[in-house]
Design a protein around this ligand. Structure first.
Ligand code: HEM
Length: 496
């Protein structure tokens, strides 16, 4: 009996504490239900519901996810103002995400803002350039992966599972870029397991990830699609550490490859008077955290973006024909190269249009306020989570007229040069902008020009290409198959 009273009292005190926060002056938003807030409304089709809220409440509204108050930003101008112009107040990461995912404050994505985050990002960017991202070394770096994907495609018109092609190719590229091709391939069972864990994490309902900060995991999995990210990330950490231990921390292998891990180890030793990183557990965790970021933030987002690009090309045959014309004029039968990117403006504009209409990370990554501040005159306390709804922002008719029409020309000026990128926020904006933007765009372009030089992509059966998406942290495509026709084939010209 005493225990029951004690539990009831504890419950009452807890609720009183949670609801005390309701008095705060936040922007308007849906009221939701007592205790759970809007969590039930967002379980089934979160992106559609968030869009409806944006239509009702405008560019900034408050969402209550249980006891947690989250500010949603829904248009490009507001996101840019807060994340870029006022980045000092709005570039923090909420600690609750580090806790619930088990990431801890390692890596780059979840590091608190400040000089350490800045330095780590600068080092990583300079190593990316050193490896070949954004320069003449890139074609060479990617060639083995491109050869392998082209070899895997059919000689005759055939339905291809593009989800598998995209996910396997991108994960091989990012794995090779991180560890070296040989190390990653030699561990193919580990690589497969990592891919599986990442995919599971991204199938999570984003609202339940926030909900998991105060609801027990068991309850979350009863409510909707919920995978225990903490458990998955802990498994990934072990696998990645093992992969590194089996190779790089043997002295003889340390400096031999043009990829991230050995270069990071070398940079560490140089900037720490020759001191070795391995053996220092804090620094080891930081390196493993960065690698988890590459896989977690880099693989699935890039693979999903590639899948959308292929689907949108199949859905827009006239766009595809123009790209093939551009590729044929420039390369003929020669191997395509990103060195000639400045002459591929229509193809580049098509990639941007695809990233606009289907941003693979539709809610970006969560930010939070660093200090007490104001938004539109509302007082917002330090530590309040802020989400940017990039999907809403990029489908806003005021920013992008006819937002649902696939129109690469919106990113081309009258001279055919790339323009209008200011409101495209697929990779975020401000000091927290994506570290891998250049790498991701180069991967997307390289793969697409290689595929379209040899193939025409079409829907797999009668009707339109299905461009609907499923819920998850990423905007996952429902359709995962397309018909690939070698460009010389009869069927290609018949279907064209
Ligand atoms: C098409 C593919 C990609 C998309 C759409 C994408 C999108 C994003 C977005 C929206 C953010 C959050 C920005 C913010 O907080 O405001 C982000 C952050 C980040 N991304 Fe990407 N990303 C992609 C590929 C990659 C790749 C390939 C890598 C690395 C290999 C990567 C590494 C990171 C990292 C480390 C951050 C955290 C940056 C920070 O906190 O300072 N991303 N990305």
């Amino acid at each position: 009996m005493e225990l029951t009273i004690l539990l009831a009292l504890t419950f009452f005190l807890l609720m009183a504490w949670l609801f005390a926060k309701r008095g705060q002056n936040f922007p308007p938003g849906p009221n939701g239900l007592p205790i759970v807030g809007s969590i039930f409304a967002l379980l089934n089709n979160p992106f559609q519901k968030l869009k409806e809220y944006a239509d009702t409440y405008g560019p900034v509204y408050t969402l209550k996810i249980g006891p947690i108050w989250v500010i949603m930003l829904n248009d490009a101008a507001t996101i840019q103002e807060l994340f870029t112009t006022r980045s000092g107040e709005f570039s923090e990461r909420p600690k609750l995400i580090a806790d619930v995912t088990g990431f801890g404050e390692n890596g780059i994505v979840l590091l608190p803002s400040g000089s350490y985050h800045k330095r780590q990002k600068k080092v990583a960017m300079s190593l990316f350039r050193d490896i070949g991202v954004g320069n003449e070394k890139f074609d060479h770096l990617l060639r083995p992966y491109l050869d392998s994907v082209m070899k895997s495609l059919p000689d005759n018109p055939c339905i291809v599972n593009i989800e598998n092609v995209c996910s396997e190719t991108v994960s091989n590229i990012i794995g090779g870029f991180t560890f070296g091709d040989k190390v990653y391939n030699d561990n193919s069972d580990v690589s497969q397991e990592i891919r599986k864990l990442i995919r599971q994490n991204f199938e999570n309902n984003p609202i339940l990830i926030v909900g998991n900060t105060y609801l027990p995991k068991k309850l979350c999995s009863l409510l909707g699609h919920f995978v225990d990210m903490e458990n998955n990330i802990s498994k990934m950490k072990k696998l990645l550490k093992r992969m590194m231990e089996s190779h790089y921390f043997k002295k003889e292998n340390k400096h031999q490859l043009n990829c991230f891990v050995p270069k990071y180890l070398e940079e560490y030793a140089t900037s720490h008077a020759g001191e070795e990183l391995w053996g220092n557990s804090k620094e080891e965790n930081q390196l493993v955290g960065i690698i988890i970021d590459f896989f977690q933030a880099g693989c699935e987002t890039t693979a999903v973006s590639l899948q959308w690009l292929l689907l949108l090309l199949a859905a827009n045959p006239e766009v595809q024909t123009k790209i093939q014309q551009e590729i044929d004029d420039l390369f003929g039968e020669e191997l395509p190269s990103l060195q000639q990117k400045s002459k591929l403006n229509y193809t580049v504009a098509t990639m941007y249009e695809s990233l606009r209409i289907r941003p693979s990370a539709p809610l970006g990554a969560p930010h939070c306020t660093k200090e007490d501040t104001t938004i539109l005159g509302y007082q917002i306390p330090a530590g309040t989570p802020i989400l940017s709804n990039l999907l809403s922002a990029q489908l806003n008719p005021q920013t992008f007229p006819d937002p649902h029409v696939f129109k690469p020309e919106r990113f081309l000026d009258e001279n055919g040069n790339i323009c209008n990128l200011g409101s495209l926020l697929t990779f975020g904006t401000g000091p927290r902008t994506c570290l891998g933007e250049q790498l991701a765009k180069s991967i997307l372009l390289s793969i697409v020009i290689n595929i379209l030089q040899k193939y025409t992509l079409r829907k797999k059966s009668e009707g339109c290409v299905d461009l609907s998406f499923q819920h998850g942290i990423n905007l996952l495509a429902t359709e995962n198959e397309l018909l690939f026709s070698p460009r010389t084939s009869q069927m290609d010209s018949e279907q064209g």
